[in-house]
Structures are given as C-alpha cells and as structure tokens.
Design a protein around this ligand. Sequence first.
Ligand code: CP3
Length: 342
Amino acid sequence: MTKTILRALAGETLPTPPIWMMRQAGRYLPEYRATRAQAGDFLSLCYNPELAAEVTLQPIRRYGFDAAILFADILLVPQALGADLWFVTGEGPRLSTITTQRDFDALKPADAIDETVGSVYETVRILARELPSETTLIGFAGAPWTVATYMIAGRGTPDQGPAHALKNENRALFEALLERIEQATILYLSAQIEAGAEVVKLFDSWAGSLTGEDFNAYALAPTQRIIAALKARHPDIPIIAFPREAGEKYVGFHKATGADCVALDNSVDAKWAAEHIQTGGCVQGNLASRHMVTGGQALVDETRAIVEAFRHGPHIFNLGHGITPDADPANVQLMIDTVRGA
Ligand code: CP3
C-alpha cells in the first residue's frame, strides 16, 4: 500500500503526515471561479461530471495534495429525496422545509436517489481514472442530523433551532426523517465506493449542538449504523467521521462508531487530542481556517505545533473546517511547505 492517506488510515505513524484540505476546490482559487462561471451556477457544476471532476483536480494540480475530495455537496441528498434546493448568492442554501407529516410523506424513498445523483457517480468514475496514482479519492456525504437541520429549517441556521424544535415537538417525525436520510446515505456512499471512492467521510457539521442523550441518539448512533452498513458491504473501506464541535464527546468516538479516523475541528487542543483521542486511532486536522487568510509566522508556528503534537500516532493534516473564499492561495502553499518540511 503506497498511498500515504491509506497508510495513515490503516493506523501507521508516518514521518510526515499526509495532507489535504476541506473545501480545497473552492472560491479562493481563480481556476475554480472560472469553471463555476462556465457551468453557470454551483448546482450545475455539481451535476456536470466533466466540470465537477475538473474542479476536483485543480487543487491537486496546483498543490499536489495527498487526497482529492469529490466535488459535490451534502445537500444533493435532500434534493434527491425530493426537496427543492437552490443557492442564493452571498447567502447560502435554501430548501423547501420538512416540518409536517405531509411534507415528510411527499419525500421520495431512499432508493430513488440515484435518479438525481447518478451523475455524481460518473464524476467519481472519471476521477478514479484521472487522478495521479499517489492521490487518494475521498467520497463524502452529510451525516443525518446535519442534513436534517437544513431540511427542517430550509436553510443554514446559527443554532439549529428549528431542528431542535421539531425534535421536541414531534419526535416521531424527526426520527423518521433522520432514518430516511440514513438509508439514503448508505446507498449514496456505497455507490460512490463502487464507482471508485477509496475512502468516505461523513460530515456532521452541527454535531456540537446535540447534548447528552441526543448526541448519542442522533450523532453517534446513526454514524455507527452507517459505518456498520458500509463495512458489511465493503469491508476494507476506511471511513472518516467528523462530529464537528463535539468537544469532550470526541473521546471514544472511534471505538463507539467504528470510524477509522476522526476529524477534529480547531476548537480541540492538539496536545490534549493526542492524549485522549488519537489513542483511539487516526486523527485528522486541525489548523484554524483563518490562517489561510492571515498567513505569516502565526500560520507556520501553529502548523508546526499541530504536526508536533500528533507525530507519535496516525495523523492526516487538514484544517479544522473548510477554507473560506477570502483565503490567499499562497498561504495554502506555505501550510503545505511547513507540513512537508517540518
Ligand atoms: O471539500 C470540498 O472541496 C468538496 C466539496 C464540498 C462542498 N461542500 C462544496 C461547496 C463538500 C465536502 C461540502 C460539504 C458541505 N456542504 C457541508 C459540510 C461541511 C461544512 O462546511 O460544514 C455543508 C454544511 C454544506 C452545505 C453548504 N454548501 C453550504 C452551507 C454552502 C454555502 C456556504 C458557502 O460556503 O457558500 C454550500 C455551498 C458550497 N459547497 C460551495 C462549495 C465549493 C460554495 C458554492 C459556490 O461555489 O458558490
């Protein structure tokens, strides 16, 4: 096994951590903006296999990252389940809302998703052919809770208030929605693996707003079931889980879910994480994205501190969240040079 990401995911401690970056194909890159303009809009780009593969490859050509992440979005699954989805420039996603039994009953069954997301599997097939032999291809989906927060509110929300409200007011409906998303996610990720994804990642971006038993029931348990279902079909597929902002609930998450790697957001102290989380398996992270905007010595110092903290166990270097559109592409190069020269 030569691919460094796969070695780290298998538990190997490498002299230099492999590196990739969340949202590495994105608006901070002029070549991305050009291809997005050519596609017309963001969703047309997601559903155009040639152009989606092209933007996936752009950061690999420019920087030589060790992994490429499929270009798509976690909100394609709600759309494939029948929700309306559109993006308002400068504001973010909008969806038709699911707040009543009637809304839920109008959704499509999980096994209908391929009619909508079939072109995403074609993007994966193109990438599996075109990526350099040393680059690992990562597929992904949103975790059920995070996807449900968008489906219930119809947009991104600062505190996931509408989703918490539905959970409290109509738990049966809330749980039925999460279960539908879970079934669709298993089918979606299995199809990505069959098309050539070598690793899959589950983004639970809003896991941190679930507390106590809710965290176990709606973040941990669905992740555990999705991983078990994927491993039953594809025993060798490594899986990265990202329960963002889970704080102390990151401890034991590898074991409880079966994840091969747990991705850390930048609120987690790297030295503490090396002692309490990396002991359970490979970790990914966790430089604050703002360093990609500000650069300089602070970027270098913080990058070195993270590499140093995690050097005695399996580690994949990454940001703690996606890179932002105002980032300077030169700072990304500085981060990579620092990791590889550290
Ligand atoms: O990481 C990658 O490069 C792969 C592609 C990818 C995108 N979104 C492309 C995208 C991935 C893995 C995602 C995940 C995603 N999408 C998440 C989970 C991770 C996270 O950021 O917490 C979430 C919550 C979404 C939903 C989403 N998509 C939002 C809230 C937005 C709007 C915010 C924004 O940054 O504009 C998007 C749009 C989006 N998804 C863009 C990209 C490159 C920007 C769209 C554009 O080009 O205009």
